[in-house]
Design a protein around this ligand. Structure first.
Ligand SMILES: [Zn+2]
Length: 94
């Protein structure tokens, strides 16, 4: 294997994007999008553009509140408690 040198400053045949996470959104062809995902997990064509998405606290599309941060946090707590109770029950019944 050749190494970096004065004559060849870059590693040959190494794609710098090869290891970056991919978007993975479903394309119209039904396959997963192969574009490099940004910090928001999707590429700029599939919802990862900087500044896209609703601002925090936006109420315009609120219908029932099931997916508000508070509701999600509450469900998470309840599920954690249920998991604990299940584990305790399992220990008690052994
Ligand atoms: Zn994409």
């Amino acid at each position: 294997m050749k190494h970096k040198s004065e004559e060849q400053p870059h590693e040959p045949h190494v794609n710098p994007f090869a290891r970056l996470p991919r978007c993975g959104a479903k394309t119209r062809a039904g396959t997963a999008c192969q574009r490099v995902a940004g910090p928001k997990r999707r590429c700029r064509l599939h919802g990862g553009a900087p500044g896209s998405g609703a601002p925090l606290g936006n109420r315009n599309r609120l219908k029932h509140g099931r997916y508000t941060a508070a509701a999600i946090a509450e469900r998470k707590t309840v599920h954690a408690l249920l998991r604990q109770a299940k584990a305790h029950l399992k220990i008690m019944l052994e």
